[in-house]
Design a protein around this ligand. Structure first.
Ligand code: C2E
Ligand code: MG
Ligand code: MG
Ligand code: MG
Length: 286
């Protein structure tokens, strides 16, 4: 009987493997058409200065509107795009769309040249020799100041070819774009690498922020990360701030910029524009 059960389990396993493969193949073929069919769109999550309560910028977050499945999370499709090598093309689309959005907001008086839009960059994208040209083209075509764009890189990218990474980052920074290290603390890069990278901003990963008020280890980690950032003269932004007590803790440790549901989730463009309009009104009357 045990043997029969084992067999059943194995058949089930085989079936679910086959289903997973089919699912993946279907997703790949759907993704191959997604750009042409204009199924990608950007959402924008505001970043706030807690001291003044002003919106200082936003992060552009990619979404895929699948005709049957609805809106698919980047957590699901970005790794697939990376596996297909298609992230380079989609990444370029994202860069251009984000820069065009800033242009549009500037034209309508919703965005100033001191506000910054963060764009996520995959390691594969960054390692393309054409990457710098793609960035420059997107910014020039939109006719926006380069300092309005910040590129978010992750530790994953930093590990290999540090020298090359530094040279490329410096080249792009000379053009005026800034760099953030995203999801800081979740990767494997050593601090000695990090200190050599020409970074501007450190984003404290939301996994540490989540349990700040209940986990003293996380509180200690966040405090240490913030102290380190201060020594390295990096700006800090906390991710995933949902609660007032998280924000209070962060402020007390010197982190004034944050992004999270406490202020706003990522928004569709119309909602984001409405928020900018209202907020401008609020801060003007402060
Ligand atoms: P990320 O760059 O670390 O982005 C922050 C993620 O945290 C976003 O998830 C955002 O919606 C979520 N988030 C923001 N505030 C809160 C909060 O208060 N609580 C919680 N629990 N979550 C919060 P999202 O939009 O699902 O994106 C996931 C990841 O997908 C991003 O993480 C980024 O690594 C990747 N991604 C998104 N857009 C792009 C893109 O255009 N290009 C590339 N290469 N990767 C992207
Ligand atoms: Mg990011
Ligand atoms: Mg992050
Ligand atoms: Mg993340």
């Amino acid at each position: 009987q045990a043997k029969a059960r084992g067999k059943d389990t194995y058949i089930q396993f085989e079936q679910s493997m086959a289903e997973a493969t089919t699912f993946r193949l279907t997703m790949e073929s759907d993704l191959r058409n997604a750009l042409d069919r204009e199924q990608f769109f950007l959402t924008y999550q505001p970043q706030v200065d807690a001291a003044t309560n002003r919106i200082i910028g936003a992060e552009a977050l990619l979404r895929w509107h699948h005709p049957v499945r609805g809106v698919v999370s980047p957590v699901e499709f970005i790794p697939v795009l990376e596996g297909m090598g298609l992230i380079v093309k989609v990444g370029e689309w994202t860069l251009r769309a984000a820069c065009r959005a800033v242009r549009d907001w500037m034209d309508r008086g919703l965005w100033t040249d001191s506000m910054v839009l963060g764009i996520n960059v995959s390691p594969q994208q960054f390692s393309q020799p054409e990457f710098f040209d793609q960035v420059r083209q997107a910014i020039d075509d939109a006719g926006i100041p380069a300092r309005c764009i910040d590129l978010e890189i992750t530790e994953g990218m930093v590990i290999n070819e540090v020298e090359e990474t530094i040279i490329r980052m410096n080249q792009i920074r000379e053009f005026g774009v800034t760099f953030s290290i995203d999801d800081f603390g979740t990767g494997y890069s050593s601090l000695s690498y990090l200190k050599r990278l020409p970074l501007d901003v450190l984003k404290v990963d939301q996994s540490f922020v989540r349990d700040l008020s209940t986990d003293s280890n996380d509180a200690a980690i966040v405090e240490t990360i913030l102290a380190m950032a201060r020594h390295l003269k990096l700006e800090t932004i906390a991710e995933g701030v949902e609660l007032e007590e998280q924000l209070e803790f962060l402020k007390s440790k010197g982190c004034n910029r944050y992004q999270g549901y406490y202020f706003s989730p990522p928004l569709r463009v119309e909602e984001f524009e409405a928020l900018l309009k209202n907020h401008q009104h609020i801060t003007e009357t402060l």
